[in-house]
Design a protein around this ligand. Structure first.
Ligand code: GSH
Length: 208
């Protein structure tokens, strides 16, 4: 399997964490987003929206969307599970993950920020403010959704942690204050001790 990836992509970072937790071996092919490589015709043929990550299976079939890729990896290898066994907790963990993936992440995506700047004349400081606003508002909501023990939904990392850690990395990168989010900080600290999370960190990637 090949993962089309970019070290700073938080969506790809989620998949790298899941690969590590599952102990799978996946070849990594960097797509440099700041060089526009995601828009190369060869890559766009794999990902019609020109975004990473994309997983290419050994038979050439393609899976886009980080959460769909993670679902596939979970089906491929059930152990360790990525959701709590309790159905309510599982749904809540998925809701926290979706809050990050659907409500926070798309608003600060590169192509959205490029459009705000290039087509609507937003200045650097306005872009920075926009990004901080949606990350901050979204993470404050996530803070209410999780109950670290020590991970977001219990004694093992789940899909919620897989989405949370890359979003916290982004929040720190863009100076979003996290002092009002002690639960998020606790779950992030618990994850930071695990090899799968360490190996998936953007700075641990060869293209960093
Ligand atoms: N919902 C998608 C989001 C993927 C996504 O937005 N990837 C970003 C990097 S984190 C990207 O490739 N952006 C390229 C661009 O905006 O040009 C997923 O979860 O896979």
């Amino acid at each position: 399997m090949i993962l089309y990836d970019y070290f700073r992509s938080s969506a790809a970072y989620r998949v790298r964490i899941a690969i590590g937790l599952k102990g799978l071996v996946v070849e990594r092919r960097p797509v440099h987003l700041l060089h526009g490589e995601q828009r190369d015709p060869d890559y766009r043929a794999k990902s019609p929206l020109a975004i990473v990550p994309t997983l290419e299976l050994d038979d050439g079939r393609l899976i886009t969307q980080s959460l769909a890729i993670i679902d596939y990896l979970d089906a491929l290898q059930a152990d360790p599970p990525l959701l709590p066994s309790d159905p309510v907790l599982a749904a809540q963990a998925r809701a926290a993950a979706l809050t990050i993936a659907c409500e926070i992440h798309p608003l600060a995506n590169l192509r959205v920020l490029e459009a705000l700047q290039g087509e609507f004349g937003a200045k650097e400081n306005q872009i920075a403010e926009w990004r901080r606003r949606w990350i901050s508002e979204g993470l404050k909501a996530v803070e209410q959704l999780i109950a670290p023990a020590p991970f977001a939904f219990g004694a093992a990392p789940s899909l919620a942690d897989i989405c949370l850690v890359p979003q916290v990395y982004n929040a720190r990168r863009f100076d979003v204050p996290l002092d009002s989010c002690p639960r998020i900080l606790a779950a992030d600290a618990a994850c930071a001790l695990l090899p799968a999370f360490l190996a998936a960190h953007p700075q641990a990637q060869p293209d960093a």
